[in-house]
Ligand binder design. Structure first.
Ligand SMILES: [Ca+2]
Ligand SMILES: [Ca+2]
Length: 329
């Protein structure tokens, strides 16, 4: 097993160039960097930050969420320029957005992060999540049960329902259309097993290779948790002590688990057991130090990483990008 630690070489960061990869069978070149439209920057205001990404392999499209306002951007695999697909700033009650996923029917599920939480921590009555058709028709805007839900990320379960992680309590919510109605229910509550600690708790979520469990990242402490699909029971994934602090988005391809570690500017690769109960570190690689990558999705054989701009304050400055190679800089 290869075991490599790549360290960031200080001072080597250069502005990334927009380059294209060679033509693939069945079409023209594919960009390696995709451009997102952001809010205008006016002095120390405006600008944009991003977080989530959903991929629709059948249509060759991807969706990126904007934290600053909740706009949803849509890109096509062969076009470097994406478009704003859904508005924000109150559109369908959305002022911010986090994780996104797409189901087999092309429906787009959007986690609202703190959209439903007022500045003083009380319930502001706004939706916590949304579901849209591939044509952009609003199918559902729902509030999770309970208060103070920070829906961070979402993945589709073996039953076709969408499962949303809550960063403000060790919970997973299940969203499905049943008997003609969209509903959200508390599916799993790991209070007593998972300690809720300062910072961002549950985030990225994927299915185990055998689809018997969800594997969920707890970024603030760098742990992974296994939620059994059958009964929602929770156990810690044995990672052999791998450093996964800052784990945000997760990607699984077969037994290969990719962990995007945002502010650590690292991508960890682990080999995950079939049932998701254990994982072993294969590699930690440093990413472009000029970017804080939040999450990624696989689309048509390549991984698309979101450059969040989370490290840029008070405003995230352009260019706003999704990158397919986070390691070259
Ligand atoms: Ca915006
Ligand atoms: Ca996240």
């Amino acid at each position: 097993m290869k075991r490599t630690i790549c360290l960031v070489a200080a001072g080597l960061a250069v502005a990334p160039l927009v380059v294209t990869t060679p033509a693939h069978a069945g079409g023209g070149p594919r960009p390696s960097i995709y451009q997102l439209t952001g809010d205008p920057v006016v002095g120390a205001t405006g600008g944009s930050k991003f977080e989530g990404i959903g991929a629709d392999g059948r249509r060759g499209t991807f969706y990126v969420s904007e934290v600053t306002g909740g706009e949803i951007h849509r890109g096509m695999v062969r076009k470097a320029q994406t478009q704003e697909w859904l508005g924000g700033d109150g559109t369908d009650g959305r002022f911010t957005a986090r994780g996104i996923t797409v189901d087999k029917a092309g429906r787009v599920y959007i986690a609202g992060g703190p959209n439903g939480i007022a500045a003083d921590g009380t319930d502001n009555g706004r939706p916590d999540l949304w579901v849209y058709s591939p044509d952009g028709e609003l199918l559902a805007a729902l509030r999770a049960p309970g208060e103070n839900a920070f829906l961070n990320d979402v993945w589709i379960g073996p039953d076709g329902a969408a499962y949303f992680t809550n960063s403000n309590a060790p919970q997973i919510f299940r969203v499905a259309r049943e008997q003609g109605e969209w509903n959200v229910e508390l599916w799993a509550d790991a209070s007593g097993t998972i300690d809720q600690l300062a910072g961002f708790n549950l985030g990225g979520i994927v299915l185990s290779p055998d689809r018997s469990a969800f594997v969920v990242a707890q970024g603030n402490v760098g742990r992974l948790w296994r939620f059994d699909v059958e009964d929602g029971s929770v156990t810690e994934v044995d990672t052999g002590g791998a450093d996964l602090v800052g784990a945000d988005g997760l990607v699984r391809q077969g037994s290969r688990l990719t962990v995007v570690r945002n502010f650590q500017r690292m991508v960890a690769t682990l080999r995950l057991s079939a049932d998701g109960s254990s994982a072993r570190l294969v590699e930690q690689r440093a990413t472009d130090p000029s970017r804080v990558l939040t999450t990624a999705k696989v689309l048509r054989g390549r991984m698309f990483f979101v450059d969040s701009k989370f490290e840029e304050n008070p405003v995230g400055l352009p260019p706003y990008e999704v990158v397919t190679d986070p390691f070259t800089f």
